[in-house]
Design a protein around this ligand. Structure first.
Ligand code: GRF
Length: 199
């Protein structure tokens, strides 16, 4: 069974969706660790409640590469196949990128390359986009720049607020992330330049 590490910072609904998809047979994998950089993360409690290996590794005051080394050391004994960033709000440092080359996925709540970074739904509304959505991509050294594995689109309604748009996108995130994880774990892709092509 392929082993996932899920990195979180907060609510953890994407982590919960992955756990549910595994439990209900839609994704073949096991969650070997849920790592939170924020000791207050709701996701940690949820993970403990599900009997999972919940690891609190506070990142406050620690620089990006030092923190990445801490995460690498914590994950090393767990034989992780894929690292999934599910609402993980820190940059990923070089040691982590080097330990898991093309084996770190992130989910981002926009159709990249539109609207990277933070306050993403508000960015989409302010820009006047008529469609938004979510993107699962490999993580590289940039900010939301790695090769795209999968995307799902949702319409932006005239009456939307950042909150209503986020909620519409989140429904798609909860399906898309597990689908993309399955593609990557199954090796059902090859990289052509920065295009992830299904095989
Ligand atoms: C999601 O919208 C995710 O795309 C973004 O942060 C949010 C995390 O939500 N990176 P949750 O913690 O998974 O509920």
């Amino acid at each position: 069974m392929k082993r996932l590490a899920i990195l979180v910072s907060g609510r953890g609904s994407n982590f919960e969706a992955i756990a549910r998809n595994i439990r209900e047979g839609r994704l073949e994998a096991e969650i070997a660790a849920v790592v939170a950089n924020n000791p207050e993360a709701q996701a940690l409690e949820t993970a403990r409640g599900l009997g999972l290996n919940a690891i609190s590794l506070p990142s406050k005051g620690i620089d990006t590469d030092t923190y990445a080394r801490i995460v690498v050391d914590a994950l090393a004994p767990l034989e992780i196949d894929l690292v999934c960033l599910a609402g993980f709000m820190r940059r990923v440092g070089q040691p982590l990128l080097e330990a898991y080359p093309m084996r770190i996925l992130n989910i981002h709540p926009s159709l990249l390359p539109a609207f990277p970074g933070l306050h993403v739904q508000q960015q989409a509304l302010d820009y006047g986009a008529k469609w938004s959505g979510c993107t699962v991509h490999f993580v590289d050294a940039g900010m939301d720049t790695g090769p795209i594995v999968a995307q799902a689109a949702v319409p932006v309604e005239d009456t939307d607020t950042a909150e209503t748009l986020a909620a519409r996108i989140l429904v798609e995130e909860h399906k898309l992330f597990s689908q993309a994880i399955a593609v990557v774990l199954g090796g059902r892709y090859r990289l052509e330049g920065r295009r992830v092509v299904r095989v």
